[in-house]
Design a protein around this ligand. Structure first.
Ligand code: MG
Length: 271
């Protein structure tokens, strides 16, 4: 008898441990708010799934690592093999910055900025940069360089590690316009990545800005500028200005104070 009682108890325990089937979801209330349907979706609402499935236009296929790490549809601006895509900004002469055996380039102090031969409008830009491990100077004079989209709008490059400065001029700021959402630098001497999405401003025939440009910056995988509005150029002194412009070069800055900043793996995708 005792044996049967044990068996019964085990059975009861097993049944009570059986996973419970989920309760039926509450039926959606007829009065549940759906918000306003976008103007694109007017007319009688489809009742079959295939009525809202598209098969064209088919997006192009891109190999994300098609060209030594650059996407197959990117324009490679620097792969370490030379400066064929670049010129000195001051006089359009051949680039005199250092070309390094490791596939990078380094700012040659006081020689001036460099820029791409090609002009670009809206782009997705990938660029990697490194501040020298041997630190020198402080505040804005420690590994200061910069990336000028359209030749006009600077995303700051700076060694900010244990080196505070004004926050709208710190690393990954849109210089003197937008404080980054975070400081996401790797240790000094290691390679940082910037992935930047730039949309150029629009101007009317009279030269007045009718739509602001925007910048999104991802620093080492961290979103630090979230589709911010460009209020104009990014000068060291004075207010942002809005000169009418079309496409322009990508410019890399020589800050003129022995920054020794290096760059590598630079590519753009035109948008
Ligand atoms: Mg700078």
């Amino acid at each position: 008898m005792y044996k049967y009682l044990i068996t019964l108890c085990v059975l009861v325990a097993a049944v009570s441990c059986k996973p419970q089937a989920p309760a039926d979801p509450e039926p959606a209330s007829e009065e549940a708010p759906v918000g306003i349907v976008h103007e694109e979706y007017q007319g009688e609402e489809p009742t079959k799934p295939e009525e809202t499935e598209l098969y064209e236009p088919v997006p192009p296929t891109v190999d994300p690592f098609g060209q030594d790490g650059a996407p197959s549809d990117a324009i490679v601006l620097f792969d370490g093999s030379g400066f064929s895509e670049w010129i000195m900004t001051r006089d359009s002469s051949e680039v005199v910055w250092h070309l390094n055996p490791d596939g990078s380039m380094t700012v040659k102090d006081k020689t001036g900025d460099i820029q791409t031969r090609q002009n670009f409008g809206s782009v997705q830009l990938h660029i990697e940069w490194r501040s020298p491990a041997e630190v020198q100077g402080g505040n804005q004079s420690r590994a200061n360089s910069g990336i000028f989209l359209n030749g006009l709008y600077e995303v700051q490059v700076l060694d900010n590690n244990d080196n505070p400065t004004y926050v709208n001029g710190q690393v990954a700021s849109v210089y003197k316009q937008h404080i980054p959402l975070a400081k996401a630098s790797v240790p000094t001497g290691e390679w940082n990545t910037y992935d930047i999405i730039y949309h150029m401003p629009e101007f009317n025939d009279a030269g007045a800005k009718i739509k602001s440009g925007t910048l999104t910056v991802i620093h080492n995988g961290v979103l630090v500028q979230d589709h911010v509005e460009l209020k104009g150029t990014t000068p060291y002194i004075g207010w942002p200005k809005n000169p009418p412009h079309g496409k322009g070069p990508l410019i890399l800055q020589d800050h003129g104070d022995n920054s020794r900043v290096s760059y590598r793996n630079i590519w753009v995708r035109e948008l």
